[in-house]
Design a protein around this ligand. Structure first.
Ligand SMILES: NC(=O)c1ccc[n+]([C@@H]2O[C@H](COP(=O)([O-])OP(=O)(O)OC[C@H]3O[C@@H](n4cnc5c(N)ncnc54)[C@H](OP(=O)(O)O)[C@@H]3O)[C@@H](O)[C@H]2O)c1
Length: 332
């Protein structure tokens, strides 16, 4: 039986990845520090090893114990993490690094793996811990993958866009699900046609397996929905799933200012579009779950877990001020 060692594995993407590889018949071992609860506790099929991935001897020990065919790295946040892992796991049939679509410059669309340049990373950025350098560090991690492949390691990279689905601790769709569930009129920044590529967590987990099994070492693969919903279409799909008839009130930056809000206060919205080419992964035989099906599961787990608006929410009162302002100044 093939074996998977997953660095991480207990929260969101790692959790779905464990389920994906396990269902595909792999022997699965997860490797975490043991700070977070292990959702697979009590499941004899999923082995848990404890250690810190920044300690080389700990992942060497995990490598010896598991002797994995495949390694999926969910927790490489610094290029050094990837460099060490590609050294320790130099003999596996696939080491798959979870990179990010943030490696591409914001203003280029669509973002193509082999044509679009990726961000630079200075030595200072490479060891920094702040969110500002996250994308630079992820890009340098990709370059570590390419360097490792050049010396014969079966290292590959997957670049997910915004990931959503059950157990998303970043709680990105929770804001919108909660607003649509609770109010008849919901403020949407811009004209509703904003494009920001997303991927359902189970589809990403499948992408990681497909890339491990069929990908070419030294290559990077975008992971993004094959079908792209603009913001209004996404929100309409959520409303449909909740059986709600909601008016989406489109607001300009000036309208938002009436509630002391900016576009940056809205989760899933940026002041640029973010679209990825999805051909390369599809050519490996990967396909997506329909967005409506993915939204249905996301909404269902949101309701079961009673998350409310999530940590990215802001008071409704600010939104009400924007709606009042629009009603007064622009009776559409
Ligand atoms: N969410 C998105 O939209 C998105 C988009 C693009 C890329 N990504 C990438 O996806 C990955 C995140 O996936 P995830 O957090 O959902 O993965 P996960 O594998 O489900 O969760 C991460 C697990 O790793 C463990 N961990 C953290 N630091 C560790 C360390 N130093 N040593 C050992 N274990 C450690 C944590 O448990 P303990 O605390 O118990 O150790 C945690 O349970 C990241 O690489 C991120 O850059 C995410």
């Amino acid at each position: 039986m093939d074996s998977l060692l997953i660095l991480g594995g207990t929260r969101f993407i790692g959790r779905a990845t464990v389920e994906e590889f396990h269902s595909a018949g792999y022997d699965v071992t997860i490797f975490t520090r043991g700070n977070r609860p292990n959702p697979f506790r009590g499941n004899d099929a999923i082995t848990h090893l404890t250690g810190d991935r920044t300690d080389r001897s700990a992942i060497e020990e995990a490598s010896r114990q598991v002797n994995p065919n495949v390694v999926v790295d969910c927790i490489a946040y610094h290029p050094e993490d990837v460099r060490v892992a590609t050294d320790v796991f130099e003999d596996v049939s696939a080491y798959v690094y979870i990179s990010s679509s943030g490696v591409y410059p914001d203003d280029i669309n669509p973002k193509r793996e082999d044509d679009t340049r990726i961000r630079e990373c200075t030595p200072e950025q490479a060891t920094d811990d702040s969110q500002e350098t996250y994308a630079n560090r992820k890009a340098e991690g990709d370059r570590e993958v390419f360097r490792a492949a050049n010396r014969g390691v079966n290292a590959l990279s997957v670049r997910p866009c915004l990931v959503y689905g059950p157990h998303d601790y970043t709680q990105r769709l929770n804001y919108w699900i909660n607003r649509i569930e609770t109010y008849d009129r919901v403020v949407v920044p811009g004209d509703g046609q904003h494009l920001f590529h997303r991927v359902f967590v189970r589809d990403l987990a499948r992408a990681l397996r497909v890339v491990a099994e069929r990908g070419t070492p030294g290559e990077a693969y975008n992971a993004a929905d094959r079908e792209l919903y603009d913001l209004d279409t996404l929100l309409t799909a959520i409303a449909r799933e909740l059986n709600r008839d909601v008016e989406f009130v489109h607001a300009t930056e000036r309208d938002l200012a009436a509630g002391n809000l900016t576009v940056d206060d809205f989760v899933c919205y940026r002041d640029y579009n973010h679209v990825l080419s999805t051909e390369k992964l599809a050519k490996l035989g990967w396909d997506m779950t329909s967005i409506d099906e993915a939204i249905a599961e996301t909404v269902e787990t949101h309701l079961e877990n009673d998350i409310g608006g999530g940590k990215q929410s802001f008071p409704r009162e600010k939104e009400s001020r924007v709606i009042d302002h629009i009603d007064r100044t622009d009776p559409r």
